[in-house]
Ligand binder design. Structure first.
Ligand code: G4P
Length: 194
């Protein structure tokens, strides 16, 4: 998606050899216009595939997921990382290891919000090692739901996330921007999604 690639070039900052900071428009301060365009693009990519629900993980997945849900006219459910006092014990859960933060989090979705009748689209902001996608897949599998595919805002193609997701049986993975490499602090893209 050209507008996203341009924004990454303009406002993204490579802060470590493999980390891109995009907090001025994606995951801290949010540009709602760009976010809405991304939601429409996800809706275009997953149109006519019978999506009944979108699943994501708090926190940074929520904004793109909501915009995709708006465009596809389906509800959005986000997995919670902390066990809230108001979250019932009747939940689907999976463990997600974060390589970036080197911590493991249990993620949970209340059983009332996911069922075997659902055809779910998984959405997340980054695809790096794929742990978040794998956790969401595990939860969808526990519910007996059908996974239609996965929509990612920024994929770092030099990391194993896509392959890990494919190895786990996920299909139909679309990323709006695919980064091939960071070169001297510059972002090089693979190509644009058709
Ligand atoms: P994964 O996202 O594919 O599971 O891989 P990984 O375990 O490496 O990612 C852990 C966390 O770091 C995720 O956020 C992910 O979105 C974020 N992350 C990975 N690579 C980058 C990057 O290059 N830039 C930025 N800004 N974030 C990156 P999280 O733990 O789910 O946190 P949250 O922000 O959603 O709360």
């Amino acid at each position: 998606m050209k507008a996203l690639e341009q924004r990454i070039q303009e406002d993204g900052r490579v802060i470590e050899p493999d980390i891109l900071k995009v907090d001025s428009f994606l995951n801290h301060q949010i540009d709602p216009v760009l976010m809405q365009e991304m939601g429409k693009e996800f809706a275009r990519l997953f149109a006519n595939q019978g999506v009944t629900k979108i699943l994501t993980v708090e926190a940074s997945g929520i904004a793109p997921a909501v915009m995709a849900g708006l465009a596809l006219d389906v509800p959005v459910v986000f997995a919670r990382k902390s066990k809230s006092r108001i979250l019932s014990d009747d939940a689907f859960t999976a463990d997600v290891y974060s390589f970036t933060k080197q911590t493991s989090n249990a993620i949970r979705i209340d059983k009332r919000f996911l069922s075997a009748d659902d055809h779910v689209l998984l959405i997340d902001d980054f695809l790096a090692n794929g742990q978040a996608l794998l956790g969401l897949k595990e939860i969808a599998d526990q519910a007996g739901a059908t996974i239609v595919g996965a929509g990612i805002v920024i994929e770092k193609s030099f990391q194993p996330g896509r392959q890990n997701a494919i190895d786990a049986g996920l299909e139909n993975i679309h990323s709006l921007a695919r980064i091939a490499v960071f070169e001297d602090g510059q972002v090089k893209f693979v190509n644009e999604e058709a």
